[in-house]
Design a protein around this ligand. Structure first.
Ligand SMILES: Cc1cc2nc3c(=O)[nH]c(=O)nc-3n(C[C@H](O)[C@H](O)[C@H](O)COP(=O)(O)OP(=O)(O)OC[C@H]3O[C@@H](n4cnc5c(N)ncnc54)[C@H](O)[C@@H]3O)c2cc1C
Length: 218
């Protein structure tokens, strides 16, 4: 009802909160980091968490404590957002706090509770699933039990799997090579290093490392 009209689940452009009254809910790194960042941008930042303890980088917890002491962040703990208010757009959040039910007037509410990974409809595709992850052939190209369907990143599993982006990149590299051969069986694939051949930027320009030169050194 209020998504895009005051409620946002992630922050695309922090500038949109300039001079706004912002309520952030959550107790992890995202909630802490954005409270710190927006305390310099927004007219006010209120951080609401259902517990008194935060689970995040020590540095961030200490920074929030400091900003709270300076009056730059208002902390409401334990507190839980139980309702939203506003005609058309958000104008406030209802909180269950220690002193009872209260309403906070605000322009923006940003719940940052993290994600619960769920496979959703993919779970019914007939893929082999183990412990909520998709089994893949890691000895070859990260294909699933359905030929032509690949799974890479945190969503997959295989013996020795580590949920690291580092591993995700490796899996993506091998998967792309395999998918290319499937899509263009007649074409010869020539692997090129981006450090040598450059890479197309998202803006359409080509990014290239400086070319090597042949030059004597006196
Ligand atoms: C605190 C922390 C620190 C980390 N530090 C490191 C590190 O130092 N080095 C390292 O290598 N790795 C690190 N990792 C692990 C790394 O972040 C993950 O391995 C990586 O993000 C996985 O990438 P992914 O694309 O597979 O999944 P994700 O990053 O989880 O991306 C999946 C995306 O899919 C979206 N999504 C989910 N369901 C749906 C759906 N039904 N429809 C549409 N979209 C959907 C999600 O919103 C999400 O954006 C860290 C992780 C954490 C939590």
């Amino acid at each position: 009802q209020y998504e895009g009209k005051g409620v946002a689940y992630f922050i695309k452009n922090p500038e949109q909160y300039r001079n706004q009254h912002v309520v952030i809910a959550g107790g992890g790194d995202s909630a802490l980091d954005w409270s710190i960042f927006l305390s310099d941008v927004a007219a006010s930042v209120t951080l609401v968490h259902r517990r008194n303890e935060f689970r995040g980088a020590l540095d961030s917890v200490e920074k929030v404590q400091e900003l709270k002491n300076q009056g730059k962040i208002r902390l409401i703990t334990p507190g839980e957002v139980v309702g939203l208010e506003g005609e058309g757009a958000l104008s406030g959040v209802r909180l269950q706090a220690e002193q009872g039910l209260i309403t906070l007037d605000c322009d923006a509410f940003i719940p940052l509770f993290g994600l619960a990974p769920k496979l959703g409809p993919i779970a019914h595709w007939g893929l082999e699933i183990e412990k909520n992850a998709i089994k893949v052939d890691n000895s070859l190209d990260y294909q699933t039990n359905i030929p032509g369907v690949y799974a890479i990143g945190d969503v997959n599993t295989y013996p020795g799997k580590l949920k690291l982006i580092l591993c995700g990149f490796h899996e993506a590299t091998l998967m792309c090579q395999s998918a290319y051969k499937r899509i263009y069986p007649e074409r010869r694939y020539v692997m090129k290093y981006t450090t040598v051949g450059g890479v197309e930027g998202f803006d359409g320009t080509k990014k290239e490392a400086p070319k090597a030169v042949i030059k004597s050194i006196d």
